[in-house]
Design a protein around this ligand. Sequence first.
Ligand code: NAD
Length: 298
Amino acid sequence: MTRIAFFGLGNMGLPMARNLAAAGFAVVGYDLAERARRRAAEAGLAVADEPTRALEGAEVAITMLPAGPQVREAYLGDGGILDNAREGALLADCSTIDVDTAREVHRAAAAAGFTMVDAPVSGGVAGAEAATLTFMVGGHDEAFARAKPILERMGRAVIHAGGPGTGQAAKICNNMMLGIQMISVCEAFALAERLGLAHEKLFEIASRASGQCWSLTSYCPVPGPVPQAPSNRDYRPGFTAAMMLKDLRLAQETAARVQAATPLGAEAAQLYQLFVAAGNEGLDFSAIIKMIRGDRDR
Ligand code: NAD
């Protein structure tokens, strides 16, 4: 039975690790936070209280950590994964991080003889729980071939984006589109309200016309048209405004480094910065309609 060490048992990591265990892998989880370790153990996952213990005998190590600094520390830090993983182990980082850190960790892993993929996800906590995530995978062909059957147990689409770091590149490009798209849908609904056009009618028409997009038809920012959207539950996430801001910032940092013009991405990052600074970091990202509309209670 393949042994997997799973690092980062937070909102995403715990359900992902549980799905791997349910699929028959021998999973041992580890999280820096004692509270997360306790929650995972209560959920029935085997948990180690030291990273080295989780790695003992593991053929695969998966990380689902907050951001680049934690990923760098987990892999490259003293006593980290590269120092302690079993020879020839497959390493998969599923966190959303900057492309440069992803490539730095890839290089160090290759130099130490490991096979690695960056494999960030789309689909949120609901997708992690239901094992319906989309994985965007960067790495060499052999690494992708080894990772695919494992990632498939946590998701329904596992797509090879290209060489090392291209999974992270795909993730920030996708989420930059999403952030811009959500703001455009919010602006359209706010304008329609002022023009006396009912939400349901704008939805009915735009979802069958050229304004159609995921933010409208799967995640509508006004309550009613899409019953499962966070707008129907006071914008409880979902995908928080803080997470959207994190991804838009990653896109901006990367765009500046490679001198790519992303004027609407920059504007979206600024608008989410304003929204988060006003204390809305924990709301779903579609709640930005409140700011765009000029609601007083936001
Ligand atoms: P989270 O904060 O709930 O979980 C992260 C966990 O990592 C925490 O429990 C933390 O204690 C642990 N951790 C930090 N450093 C560690 C280390 N060195 N070793 C072991 N554990 C460590 O975050 P999350 O919502 O699970 O998100 C994880 C990643 O997935 C992020 O990069 C995020 O951007 C990405 N993501 C999240 C969502 C979402 O909807 N939550 C969707 C897609 C992608």
